[in-house]
Design a protein around this ligand. Structure first.
Ligand code: GTP
Ligand code: MG
Length: 424
């Protein structure tokens, strides 16, 4: 969503680095070629890391760069040289950015605090060099393992500003004027509807207390159906701890302030019950205008028991002190802003189905690759259930079929990771 240059939702593509291939090589001295295996491991691929950055306030930069790829691991070298690890890619986002998987919409994480790091995608593992396949019986393995390949993933970044107090109300009631008086923020203020087109944040200091207030575009009846600027910006006050509902109590625009108040409350409720259930203070603004008294009396008569009500003149800075004192006190009672919990979700990162088959010097068939690494982590030797699973996976992934195509016959030795068995 982008209005007026403000970008709070983007789609980007991420990819962790591929693992580097393992090296297959042999030591060579003058006149004595191929003495022993010396191929090093490939380097692991780099990770995709997200970091919260309090100095970022929108997702604009992501409109220009849509791909974030970590570096690939380097190939292993001879002389047992390990390949270099691929460089991580570090993606900075504003605090309060949700990362969602595009296909499922699931929340991968909520980057909440400044400096908070999340590894979203792990680099592929480097392949093993041929040295690592040396055993008591196999002195000269003439094969090495490929690095794990990683898949790209599309994600959606969605900003949900983290503020303590959300300012809501009709357009032109003085929300931005109020923010400008109570904080150092300098939002645009003008005498027409929809002056504010994207959220403004301000740090409000009141003696030893401070909190963050968010001023969003005005709401009107039918916002749920997209009237005016619609509900798009309510997302930014969804995780505020309380609302300050600003009402133009002067009635200068010819509307009934009580009706305004009821309309906005209904719109909030239509957007989300949770939002509507937040504690709410009411600010009756523009009290300096003649004619306000009559509306103030009516408003108090109707809502006195339901909401704390503050009469102010934002433009003159009158009455704001009492409001701030009450808000600061209320915030002390309220729980802190909440992180949005991640859904149960994991990216399918590296290719765990890939395998290769080599024949070693003893005529044994050696299966290596991402599939084998995965199996070796999950299989317990000497456990019949585990071994059944192991056999099933090999069959399912086509390992047996490929073995036969490579000429493997009953009685031949097959080696998968630590497991050695006779082919039947
Ligand atoms: N007389 C008087 N005018 C005010 C007061 N507060 C704001 N205004 C005027 O009301 C108009 C609208 O003020 P804004 O602060 O831009 O109102 P807003 O609620 O942010 O409006 P949108 O961004 O369009 O939703 C401006 O002309 C302000 O000068 C007040 O206390 N008294
Ligand atoms: Mg405004």
């Amino acid at each position: 969503m982008a209005t007026n240059g403000f970008t709070d939702k983007v789609k980007i593509k991420l990819k962790a680095g591929n693992g580097g291939d393992g090296m297959n090589s042999f030591k060579a001295y003058k006149g004595k070629p191929a003495c022993g295996p010396d191929g090093g491991d490939g380097g692991d691929g780099g990770d995709v890391v997200f970091v919260g950055d309090k100095n970022m306030h929108d997702l604009l930069s992501f409109r220009y760069t849509a791909k974030y790829y970590a570096g690939n691991g380097e190939r292993g070298g001879s002389n047992q040289c390990a390949g270099k690890r691929g460089a991580d890619i570090v993606v900075k986002v504003p605090c309060g950015t949700l990362i969602r998987d595009m296909d499922t919409g699931k929340v991968v994480c909520d980057v909440f605090e400044d400096g908070e790091r999340h590894v979203i995608l792990h680099g592929g593992r480097g392949g093993k060099g041929n040295v690592r396949f040396t055993t008591a019986r196999r002195h000269a393995p003439n094969f090495a393992q490929k690095g794990q390949e990683t898949a790209p993933h599309m994600v959606i970044l969605e900003m949900k500003v983290i503020a303590d107090v959300g300012l809501v109300g009709f357009p032109n009631v003085g929300k931005s004027t109020l923010l400008s008086k109570i904080s150092a923020a300098k939002p645009k203020i003008a005498d027409y509807h929809f002056t504010t087109l994207s959220p403004n944040l301000g740090v409000v200091r009141y003696y030893d207390d401070s909190f963050i207030a968010a001023d969003i575009p005005g709401l009107i009846e039918g916002a749920a159906e997209g009237a005016g600027l619609g509900h798009a910006f309510l997302r930014h006050i969804e995780r505020t701890r309380m609302l300050v509902h600003v009402v133009d109590i002067s009635g200068v625009e010819g509307r009934d302030p009580l009706k305004d108040f009821a309309i906005i409350n209904a719109e909030l409720k239509r957007y989300s019950e949770k939002l509507a259930a937040l504690p709410m203070f009411v600010v009756l603004n523009k009290c300096d205008i003649a004619g306000a008294e009559e509306h103030i009396a009516r408003f108090r008569k109707t809502y006195q028991k339901t909401y704390p009500i503050y009469e102010i003149s934002a433009i003159r800075g009158e009455g704001t002190d009492a409001l701030l004192a009450a808000v600061a006190a209320k915030l002390k009672e309220l729980p802190p802003a909440e992180r949005i919990p991640a859904d149960e979700f994991e990216f399918e990162e590296a290719d765990r189905t890939q395998f290769e088959i080599f024949v070693d010097e003893n005529g044994a068939y050696v299966v290596v690759g991402g599939l084998v690494d995965m199996l070796c982590r999950n299989v317990v030797l000497n456990n019949p259930d585990s071994m059944n699973y192991f056999q099933r996976v090999l069959k399912l992934r086509g390992v047996f079929k490929e073995l036969e195509e490579r000429g493997c016959k009953a009685g031949d030795t097959v080696i998968v990771g630590e497991v050695e068995f006779e082919y039947v």
